[in-house]
Design a protein around this ligand. Sequence first.
Ligand SMILES: [Zn+2]
Length: 601
Amino acid sequence: MKAAKLGSENVIWDLSALYASLDDPRIARDMKAVRRDAAALAAEYRGRVAAGKISPAELRKFMVEEERISSATGRLGEYAELMLTTDNLDEGAKSLMMKMQELGSDISNTLVFFPIELGQMDEALFARLVADKALDNYRHYLLFLRKQRQHLLSEKEEMLLSKRDLTGKLAIQRIYQELTSSFKFTVTVKGERKVMNGEQVRSLRESTDSRLRARAMKQYFGKYTENSLVITNVFDTLLKDHQIECELRHVDEPMGLRNLDNELDAEIVNTLSDVTRDNTDIVERYYTLKARLLNSKKLTLADIYAPISAKPRRYTWNDARTIVLDAYAKFDQRAHDIIQEFFDKNWIDGRTLPNKTGGAFCTFNLPGAHPWVMLNFTGAGRDVETMAHELGHGMHGILSAKQTAVNRDAILPLAEVASVFGEMLVTDYLLGRMKDPEEKIALYCSKLESAFATTFRQNMFHRFETRTHGLIADHQLSTDELRSIYHEELVNMFGDSVTIPAHYDMEWAIVQHMFLWPFYVYAYNFAQLVVLSLYQKYLEEGEKFKPVYYRILETGSAMTPAQILGLAGIDPRDKTFWQKGFDFMRTHWVEPLEKLVSERK
Ligand SMILES: [Zn+2]
């Protein structure tokens, strides 16, 4: 299908609710006002917060004004970002973007005294202040800020640490990134020698040629093995650095700092990890089935993303729009109406353009505005899911708009609920309409493989992280020890369903998250399972579920994830909640797939 016939080329967002154009005189005026107001606010409150010389009403006044300033800064930043998104080379947008980054950093420097002073305030005084009714809308946020500050050192010590990081942690991370991105691979594809980067080699896992897949992955991991002296040293140093940081900040366990950010406690994260580990039989069942689909006795790890042959279907913009709207309508009219508004009011940019940013996103929700959705629609099945995904974020934004600004944006573990839920709606809708069993088989496989990548696989990384961080206080880990720990986790995930070539033991070395953002990966598993479990709840409860679901989205980040899930009567400490997600995978995806495969001629 030609791009000209997709219908997405005329889907252009209307940003006039932000500014009229890059030369809109309001831009300069607003920038000036934001700087002036932030300075005035700081002058009025600096020194008073730490000393506790502030009444609940005054603190509220501060919060309201701070929100107003950060929203105005956010609008300016958003306009620059969105203008740049559709034309990365536009000089005007680039220069506005630079000005906005400078503005953002100036404003945050002007107001940084507030969280610091809040942390210094006397405990009893803070407790009395924050309990006041005047601060109802801000209590959760203030408690969160205060809790974080408890693990901060003095201003001077923080400054020293962050300076030392430049030649310490950050320098080590840069070595890892620069080394691994310099890797080049020479692979022979269809008789032709090709020089590839890591991303290109990894994409060969989707080749139909099994020998090529195996060869490519052997070479890929071989490069990491050759460089293991540096990579292992880097990894160990980062583990040690993290351990020292935890000690300095009085954080008891390695994932403590991350849990603080995510507002989750270790008990919940551990329950999630254990239940995931207990359900790996799903992985084994699926790859045994996939071996049959690929006419192979047993797959190797290089085959797990091999394509199931099917003629991929193409969609026009209108097809996709109809599918997504119908799928949301099938769930609920209210959800449909919220999504419809994005199409009707031009809050979406669907074009593919030479200088447009790749991928897709939905902007955050600023007071007095609405989210915008960016897509690069090419007509592939994946694009229909992406449309449903980003509009799910959009719906989340619209619903949480009733919260005050600091409570709007969903916290990381719940940030993907509405988006992935939207994808589920579309999947079910499509499965209900597909006639061709081969097409259905391909859809089930792709759903399972992407769900595995966000659940079992991330949990494997999480377990590896937990074990290695646990050992570093005792000793440096050798490459062999890291390999053998990783090997055990591979076996935990795949069991006997696939052959594990020895070079896969080095796979931990490619997981950038573990080098750059310790303990980030469990949030992916958390988010995906919350959605599967909620979806299962929806199937069980029907109408009764809907108001609860809206309530979850409307709450934004006004409560902790556990409290928000509590609104739906869900206790994330309870294993049975997480189990629901895996039961869903079994009964709704694996079993129907098994049936289709057994009926295959
Ligand atoms: Zn998303």
